[in-house]
Design a protein. Sequence first.
Length: 352
Amino acid sequence: MKKYVVAVMAIAGTLGFGGAANAECTPENWKGCAGKPWVDGDKMETPLGSKWWPNPLWGAGDEAGSTNWYLKPEVVMRALSQIKTGKTYNLGHPYTADMPLFGARKFSLRIPGAPTGGAFGANQVLWNDEFLATEIGQVGTQFDGLGHIGVNSGTGGNKGEMRWYNGFTADEMITPYGLKKLGTEKLHPIVARGVLLDIAAARGVDAMAAGEVITMADVQAALKKQGMEGFQFTEGDAIIFRTGWEKHWDDAATYNNGCPGIGMEVARWVAEDVKAGVTGADTWPVDAVPNPDPACVFCVHTFLQTRHGIVNQENMKLSELAADGVYQFAYIYTPTPVAGATGSMGAPLAIQ
């Protein structure tokens, strides 16, 4: 991975794409971003560098991305072999109207009728139903499917140049009634070996600060502190980063005002060295926000999801795992198969 990054930078310099070009790296001039950490290859065919389709692991036309790992029995059995005590952990927060929400998203639940129906029969049965108005895939403890994050390679709103995982375009995918490609119904249930990296503990803090970037030195320090020095990550692992940002969950203004997270050094390790099946964190994007480089707006998202097809779990509740010193576990989550949805609500499960 490191040799590859160095090679890309060297090529960029040879082609005259060095620091001067980087100074011109703007939304209007993304071709000037050659040599940036999120750029691959020696051609600026897209804002991510070279074309990323067809996917080298899963092939042209694939819509399941990294969840394909969980069709492999050896990956599932590795996950289940982590279960030693049978203790379960709910890694999701409750869904409430006042939970932290990105931008102008809303979460509104109503019980119509109160009760909704009844009473009927001699037993006088009653029932309640709920009506929920929300962005069902992108609120609370949420899961990013592969139709969520894309990249605009064109100009003037050309939907044929707006591309997502495996090169699918907005023209091919998007309708007002859901995605025709890359909906969450195309993803496979996740049964992964979960690995928690408690970065906050390794740094000796309750919580990292907004904008702080997790580095590979942090990853190694966390493994050492957890008694896992030399641990061998494997294809399909779910890698979960604890930053301590969860402490702000009940203060939406603070929680939403940036966050710590991984940068491109760790993202390349996740995708190229480990070939992970899932990333996740106790923050709302897993990326660090704001990124130290203002040209990077969720560039970790576009690298992991758009280029590599690695799904992502956000706003996780990790304090109980950390308190119990549980760093390896079976990680189980099934994205709700809403046809055409961009993501999924729902709490992942850890079993020790």
